[in-house]
Design a protein. Sequence first.
Length: 279
Amino acid sequence: MSRQGFAVAATIAAVLSLAACSSTPPRSAADIQAQGYNVQGMDRYKAGDLPHALALFQQALVVDQSIEDDNAIATTRLNLAMTYLAMGRQDEGLRQLDLVLDEPRLAFSPERRAEAALRRAMAIQANDRAGARQALDRAGTLCGSDCGIQGKILNLKAYLALSDGQPADALKLAQQAQGALAKDDTLEKANVLRLQASAQIALQAPQAARPLLEQALKMDKAAGASEKIYQDLLLLGQASADKPDEARGYWLRAHEVAVAAKNDSGARRTAKLLELPAP
């Protein structure tokens, strides 16, 4: 072989060698199987078939554990927790979260552990505010300043502040959350707009709340989120208290959404509002 031919062959060999070193390692059959169970489980969860979703996530966990895939185990346990909580099985859901949060042997990422702490706070906040705040503080510490769920942590802190009668603190936290959310997280962005609007209403600034709620309503309609649409319309009615006809129109729309979505508590609440005499 000529020197030129040898040089070309050597260069090709070097390029092929580099390509082989930089290529993604092939996924194992077990990895593919576990991911398949998780995808199917999520589909069943979204369809409301919670028992089937639970069975699929349990199958995924068995496969994940058979190859000790740390990240996959954490992800699947979070899916299991979500399903147990949706089924009203809180103790089992919290146990799955704690197995991610406090697992000492496996190398779960700080962000996965932070997500477990955030979900724990969400699950218990209605009945255990102190425990929820403790879990949120832990989530924030694990998450750090450059973390994908920082905005959600701030969002829940804003909600707790608003619920505790601290609208000024809630508004500040919700504004911070808005800047920390991922650009494509439209549902969470709608949540933060709704929180800001609720804080503005509590601060006697309904004129500042209305544009926020109109923006949130647009996002929630695009997502087809009936419960959120109901909340937006309900708050728009509250923000229009100085215009009784407009307020009644928003509450009527909220009532119709609640009835169609079988949101019984929402339908009862708006029915009572519509029975009120005009001021």
